[in-house]
Design a protein around this ligand. Structure first.
Ligand code: NAD
Length: 327
């Protein structure tokens, strides 16, 4: 994402109020600021709405999004419905393509290839994981990089890693854009990212490095996760493990970005124990209402960018690279 920031009031850093020796009594004199993702999502969607109208005026059609699901999964359906609603709210035509779980890898490839060839479909997302008999490569080798708006194609990963134009997973971008929106200074900060998946952990690491953070990436085999968290001024948790990060593990005044989405006793929660973190952190993203809404908005922004690139001779159409302009 690009654009002038910050637009929201900068985070005020409260005074540290030491009330005892034990690690859980280091408190700030006020609770953390809750970094609601919805104002940023609304701002991005407003921009996208204008871009979609301009695109339609210029090219005579609105760029569409197709969300592919293989087999029925309740959680995926809820997520896809949210995306379709977001698309409708900004004038992007969208549809869910439900393929049967029994579809063969070859048939799956040919359905993705059809979408690649459809001029009006500007972006394609595919819900993962795929059934076991369909290797991920059937998707990543088939989806056209210029329509890969959630950044799963290796070409996009490579381009973005080396500073060229391409797409990264929307969720990773959302995790870094929220603190920027609220004016949190990232430069020079010690950051810990929990999770090393291709869709969240690794791209978040890349984006934080781009913001000049010093980043440690942690995962299941990290020897002492608590020690890493205790040193971090920024903690981004993308583990999918509820209660993994608690207030008494945090460096007082840390910024906490909770990417995790977990269902516990019918409620959606993140990876961070919200109430205890609230008493120690300077700022924290809530779940729900933090990274999630911004992820959807960033995805729409990618779609419009993809649509524009498809109407020009952008190098990504031919699988070539173009250096990114500095944001
Ligand atoms: P994943 O299972 O592919 O990866 C999880 C990573 O976390 C792995 O690298 C693993 O080593 C690490 N991890 C797991 N438990 C750990 C522990 N106890 N200690 C240390 N490391 C641990 O998951 P993913 O696809 O990267 O998603 C991560 C989370 O982010 C999930 O909860 C997912 O639902 C959520 N997510 C949110 C959004 C959004 O828009 N907010 C988008 C995508 C994913």
């Amino acid at each position: 994402m690009t654009g002038a920031r910050p637009v929201a009031a900068p985070i005020r850093f409260p005074r540290l109020h030491v009330v005892g020796e034990a690690e859980d009594v280091l408190r700030y004199d006020e609770p953390a600021r809750v970094l609601d993702g919805r104002p940023l999502a609304a701002e991005i969607k407003g921009r996208v709405r204008r871009q979609v109208s301009a695109f339609r005026r210029r090219y005579g059609f609105a760029p569409a999004l197709t969300a592919v699901m293989v087999g029925h999964d309740a959680a995926s359906s809820v997520y896809v419905q949210q995306i379709l609603r977001s698309c409708a709210s900004v004038g992007i035509p969208s549809r869910a393509l439900e393929l049967p779980r029994s579809i063969s890898a070859d048939e799956f490839r040919s359905r993705i290839a059809e979408l690649n060839g459809d001029r009006e479909v500007a972006g394609v997302i595919v819900q993962q994981p795929l059934p076991r008999h369909i290797p991920l490569s059937a998707l990543t080798d088939t989806i056209m990089p210029a329509k890969d708006i959630d950044g799963i194609h290796p070409l996009n990963t490579g381009l973005m890693t080396l500073g060229y134009e391409g797409f990264l997973p929307a969720c990773a971008e959302a995790a870094v854009e929220i603190p920027k929106f609220y004016g949190y200074p990232l430069e020079g900060k010690r950051a810990v990212v929990i999770g090393r998946s291709n869709v969240v952990g690794k791209p978040v690491q890349l984006l934080l490095v781009r913001e000049h953070c010093t980043v440690t990436i942690c995962h299941r085999r990290t020897r002492d996760l608590a020690a890493e968290i205790a040193r971090a001024e920024i903690v981004v948790s993308a583990a999918g493990a509820p209660g993994l990060v608690r207030g008494n593990m945090l460096h007082p005044g840390a910024l906490v970005v909770d990417v995790g989405i977990n269902v516990v006793k019918g409620r959606i929660v993140g990876d961070v124990e919200f109430d205890s973190a609230l008493r120690v952190a300077a700022a924290i993203t809530p779940v729900p209402g933090g990274v999630g809404p911004v992820t959807n908005a960033v995805l729409l922004e990618h779609l419009v960018r993809a649509a524009r690139w498809q109407q020009t001779d952008h190098p990504l159409i031919a699988g070539r690279a173009r250096k990114r302009r500095a944001a």
